[in-house]
Ligand binder design. Structure first.
Ligand SMILES: [Zn+2]
Length: 420
């Protein structure tokens, strides 16, 4: 209804795309790498410098700043009624070691640009508006990924988050204190009316379809497995073919099986064997043992369960066939995320009114919004990135895509925060 009224009233606002681009490029100087990317690992001096610049800009735009105990930053623009829960956007400011100029930080600075644009147009909103930086989304320095939004959403407890260690043994808690971002505000419990996150797609679908905006309706569920196949090592010469218990031959059939399962549930399924350790891995010994991994992804939990059943059945048959022992263990499960229908409608409505090409899309990677969706109405907006390439220094995007995503973010937030 609100979306419709906005359409009739013709109230679409626009960000200043040039200012957003310039801010992204200025931020990209912090931790800049020779190939044009950035390296701002979580809670390093570079991450601190990036945070400081954001806080400086947000204060300049009139925001008040809150930092919670796990270093999440909230920049708040007051609404008309500040007793109402905020409409929040945000993303992460940390990067992979070979990161790009847009992953995460685009969602942060697009949020800042929303606030700047609201200031330019002297727009007052009913609800307050907030822009967040979620600490350590990448999980590159401190595994796992999305740990601070996870603590915020109650998926992990605070002690778990603060005690995550990097490879040198430093904890997140120590490093937060060192860079001055160990805040005092308790993590979580913040009332949120709606949450949005704009992000580069990190895949090729939008660009290939010449589509500017991805209306993200959810995120894939995941099941990860480890499989140990045990046969018997024996000499490659004297052992007849019919008497072998070849674990690698079984593994090869499992690779084939996993690929078939992925194709059977196409186009939304992904099924991958990414790791294979062969023992003893010697040219004239029949392999007696194989350790391998399987990674299944699908946006529908019921389909994921069917894939699971197909894997278990197939592996059992392969084991009997090859006289092997098979130990299959699911070691990680991540439930599919369905984003909030009202947030999705706000994004779709804003996109249509702005006249951008769009399609629905499922997030293939994890994002802070996947955890936020557990505690607040949430959805995401994707824009293309060139060649679908991300987590790479050459990650790139066209200025018009960057501007379009921020325009959709602005108007989606306005739909939920309500202009006065
Ligand atoms: Zn990201």
């Amino acid at each position: 209804m609100e979306v419709l009224q906005d359409c009739i009233a013709g109230t679409q606002l626009h960000v200043n795309g040039r200012r957003l681009w310039d801010s992204l490029m200025e931020m990209a100087r912090i931790g800049a790498t020779p190939k044009g990317g950035v390296c701002r690992l979580a809670l390093t001096d570079e991450d601190k410098a990036g945070r400081d610049l954001f806080v400086h800009w947000a204060k300049e735009a009139g925001c008040t700043i809150t930092v919670d105990q796990i270093g999440n930053i909230f920049a708040r623009r007051a609404g008309r009624d500040n007793s109402l829960p905020a409409v929040l956007t945000g993303s992460h400011a940390d990067s992979q070691p070979t990161g790009g100029r847009f992953d995460g930080i685009y969602g942060v600075l697009a949020g800042l640009e929303v606030i700047r644009a609201l200031n330019d147009h002297q727009v007052e909103t009913e609800h307050p508006i907030e822009v967040a930086i979620w600490t350590n989304e990448e999980g590159s320095r401190f595994p796992p990924a999305m740990v601070a939004s996870g603590v915020f959403a109650g998926v992990f407890d605070l002690e778990y988050g603060l005690s995550r260690k990097d490879q040198t043994g430093k904890t997140m808690g120590e490093e937060l204190a060192r860079i001055g971002y160990a805040g005092e505000t308790p993590v979580g419990g913040r009332p949120l009316h709606a949450c949005f996150e704009v992000h580069i797609e990190q895949g090729p679908i939008l660009e290939n379809a010449s589509t500017t905006i991805g209306v993200v309706t959810g995120a894939q569920g995941q099941r990860w497995y480890e499989l140990n196949l045990t046969g018997q090592e024996s000499h490659a010469g004297p052992t007849p073919m019919t008497l072998r218990r070849d674990a690698l031959l079984g593994a090869a059939k499992v690779v084939q099986l996993v690929n078939e399962i992925g194709l059977r549930f196409a186009p939304l399924a992904c099924a991958t064997v990414g790791m294979l350790n062969v023992y003893p891995n010697s040219r004239n010994v029949i392999p007696g043992q194989v350790f391998m991994t399987v990674d299944f992804r699908h946006p529908d939990d019921a389909v994921l369960a069917q894939m699971d059943a197909a894997l278990r059945e197939g592996v059992a048959m392969i084991a009997v066939d090859g006289k092997l022992e098979a130990e299959l263990e699911q070691i990680f499960y991540y439930a599919p995320v369905a984003f909030d229908i009202n947030c999705i409608a706000a994004v779709r409505g804003a996109t249509e009114q702005l006249g951008y090409t769009h399609r629905d899309i499922i997030a293939g990677a994890g994002h802070d919004s996947c955890y936020l969706a557990q505690v607040a109405p949430t959805s995401m907006i994707f824009v293309p990135c060139i060649g679908g390439i991300s987590h790479n220094e050459i990650e790139d995007a066209l200025p018009e895509w960057i501007e379009a995503g921020a325009n959709v973010l602005l108007n989606s937030m306005l739909t939920m925060a309500k202009r006065t």
